[in-house]
Design a protein around this ligand. Structure first.
Ligand code: GLC
Length: 418
């Protein structure tokens, strides 16, 4: 049984007045996809607070439409790399990359289930132009050739930071030459966090954007890390469909046509990343011009994005079924038969409940209701066993990373509690 009061309390405790931090200490700012998912949690008991979460996030949107992955609303000595390292110099200090675009999906759900209609419609009016700008930015800036598949420039942008899917493209990125002190290891056991070699490269990329003055032409062409991230593509696709619905409601007919064209292009283009042998879509390394053959939760998110045909959905459902038989605690972030699977290291194996929600949602859309219910039950098992942790050891359900975590509590409220 989900303890609704405790879940609400997690959000209240992590509320910093207008934005919710993912967890105290480890992540002391506003993260984009955390915030969208957290808004859905707020929405179950405080609609006004949920709308405020969105407003605070979009206040940090860049002029070109990009929505940063982190907004640094204040100083914090407990986080690295902070705004000085990113160097982006924006009104709300921020990082210079984005994150999986779940916002339109969250906002559609909020609009459609709102009890305060007036507040919902006035909020939509404010947020809709910003959402449209954000989606336009993805297509314009990250898919300059109009290929139908947007690019990603940083493993952090995927939200699945150290996923084994990024090992090869990241290994080609040079390491930085300056020394620094990580802050994450002061909060969480190093066994549950990325290695130093990865961190050195994450920071090289951060330096690269800054060195080139965030010039999107240069980054598009020369960034040493450029991948097609199936998770982002799929989440953008679903959000695009949700955005079209919002545009209908909000009278933005002008944008509907444009977004629909993009969705069609993506639907056609993603086909070349389908691997029938592995029963999923593979991420793609643009720099090396090669598919990244690692099965991760990101690679089945086309279920959530509505990007699979029936045969593909059937194959992915069978894959998820096998996957689930390896853990009573949900779909582990990396397929358990992979040699790179590590059940307690961050995105290399643990279960993340918001991703399990996306997978279950996708399965349900395609009619795999019984399997979707099993995914849901398994995710609930994590919280029953350990509480509202950041992620969960896929073999034991033990809580890992930060405790009292906002998106976990939020998912519990809007998905698991009903
Ligand atoms: C980590 C996660 C990312 C999340 C952030 C804040 O960087 O990998 O997905 O958004 O923490 O919770």
């Amino acid at each position: 049984m989900i303890d609704v009061d405790s879940a609400r309390q997690v959000l209240r405790d992590n509320d910093r007045g207008g934005h919710t931090v993912p967890t105290d200490g480890l992540y002391p700012f506003q993260w984009s996809w955390d915030s969208a998912i957290t808004a859905l949690g707020w929405f179950t008991f405080d609609e006004a607070r949920a709308w405020q979460e969105a407003d605070t996030m979009f206040a940090g949107q860049w002029d070109n439409g990009m929505l940063p992955h982190i907004l640094f609303h204040g100083d914090s000595g407990t986080y690295f790399p902070g705004p000085d390292i990113w160097g982006s110099n924006t009104v709300v200090p921020s990082s210079a990359i984005s994150q999986p675009p779940v916002w339109a999906t969250a906002i559609r759900r909020m609009v459609e289930t709102a009890t305060d209609r007036e507040l919902a419609m006035s909020s939509l009016k404010r947020l809709l132009p910003r959402l449209v700008d954000y989606h336009d930015w993805w297509y314009r800036d990250r898919d300059r050739a109009g290929s139908g598949l947007v690019r990603s420039y940083h493993p952090w942008e995927s939200g699945m930071d150290n996923s084994p899917a990024w090992d090869e493209p990241l290994a080609r990125v040079p390491e930085i030459e300056w020394s620094y002190q990580r802050r994450d290891l002061g909060h969480v056991d190093h066994e549950q966090r990325p290695h130093k070699a990865q961190y050195d490269r994450y920071l090289y990329l951060v330096d690269f954007y800054k060195k080139h003055d965030f010039d999107s032409d240069v980054i598009y062409r020369d960034c040493p890390y450029r991948v097609i991230d199936i998770g982002i593509v799929a989440i953008l696709q679903r959000a695009g469909r949700d955005l079209i619905e919002l545009c209908r409601l909000g009278g933005r007919d002008d944008a509907i046509h444009r977004i629909s064209d993009e969705l069609e292009r993506t639907e056609a283009a993603i086909q070349r990343l389908w691997s029938p042998n592995h029963r999923c879509f593979f991420n793609f390394d643009i720099v090396a011009d090669t598919a990244l053959e690692e099965i991760t939760t990101g690679t089945v998110l086309p279920l959530f994005g509505g990007l699979a045909n029936e045969e593909q959905a059937d194959a992915m459902a069978a894959l998820v079924d096998d996957w689930l038989s390896a853990s009573a605690f949900g779909v582990a972030s990396t397929y358990p038969e992979s040699p790179r699977y590590e059940p307690q290291r961050y995105w290399r194996g643990p279960v993340w409940v918001h991703i399990n929600w996306m997978i279950a949602e996708g399965l349900r859309d395609y009619g795999y209701t019984e399997l979707a219910d099993r995914v849901k039950q398994a995710a609930r098992e994590c919280i029953d066993t350990s509480g509202f942790y950041e992620y969960f050891d896929a073999t034991s359900g033990a809580g890992c990373g930060g405790g009292s975590f906002s998106w976990t509590a939020a998912v519990a409220l809007y998905w698991l509690a009903n």
